[in-house]
Design a binder for this molecule. Structure first.
Ligand code: HEM
Length: 203
């Protein structure tokens, strides 16, 4: 399925509805969280478009990528058990530790909200379950007690998140306008940022 910007209105009313139901360059655009700060990825420019990830890919792509992240975690668990990601995902919904209190459905909505916000979209979104979720979340609080290792984090980014992007049409070419690498230009910098990683690992 193509995930080009032109498809946004198709899914906007049924899949994930941002405050402005679509992409926005600034928070002062009509209907899109006026006055709210934009996330750290808002200023990143995708090779393919010269615009940030939210403005380039929009609502249905973010839904698809978010769903793919969860599908990839499931496939990883089936294929390799806890070898590469540890056992924290098996604790979802258990409440032990407290950071796992949210159900899988709530986790999915909150991750979507985080991703939308982090990459330049509105701070709140209504997901496919018609529940409104707000980003950003406190990443340290969300992972306290999970003892996620640096290796698990790196594996998650490389083997779960990046494939979720590329399998949904985000290019990972050599770079530049002729062979765009949107993974590197407008998605990866947030996740490989040392301070961001440190907010999740070892908590
Ligand atoms: C790319 C870096 C990551 C991001 C952006 C991220 C994002 C999030 C967000 C937004 C939440 C809050 C969800 C909620 O409160 O329900 C969360 C919780 C969680 N994360 Fe992460 N995460 C990352 C890395 C990881 C890794 C590497 C693991 C495991 C190996 C992990 C496992 C979990 C678990 C188990 C929860 C608790 C879910 C629950 O409440 O039941 N995360 N994460």
């Amino acid at each position: 399925m193509s995930l080009k910007h032109g498809m946004l209105p198709v899914l906007c009313s049924v899949a994930l509805v941002g405050s402005g139901c679509g992409a926005s360059t600034t928070d002062t655009d009509a209907g899109v969280d006026a006055g709210a700060p934009l996330g750290p990825g808002a200023s990143l420019k995708c090779d393919s478009s010269g615009k940030n990830a939210w403005d380039t890919y929009g609502v249905n792509a973010f839904v698809a990528v978010n769903e793919a992240i969860f599908a990839n975690v499931g496939a990883e668990s089936t294929a390799h058990g806890t070898t590469n990601l540890g056992n924290s995902f098996s604790k979802i919904g258990s409440g032990t530790p407290a950071s796992t209190a949210d159900s899988a459905a709530t986790f999915k909505g909150k991750l979507a909200a985080f991703l939308v916000y982090a990459y330049g979209g509105p701070a709140s979104i209504t997901y496919t379950d018609h529940v409104t979720y707000t980003g950003p979340q406190n990443m340290t609080g969300a992972h306290v007690g999970l003892n996620i290792t640096s290796a698990q984090y790196d594996y998650f980014v490389s083997n779960i998140v990046v494939p979720a992007l590329t399998s949904n049409g985000v290019p990972a070419g050599a770079g530049g306008a002729s062979a765009p690498n949107d993974v590197s230009s407008c998605f990866a910098p947030i996740l490989v940022d040392a301070a961001f990683k440190a907010s999740i690992v070892g908590k």
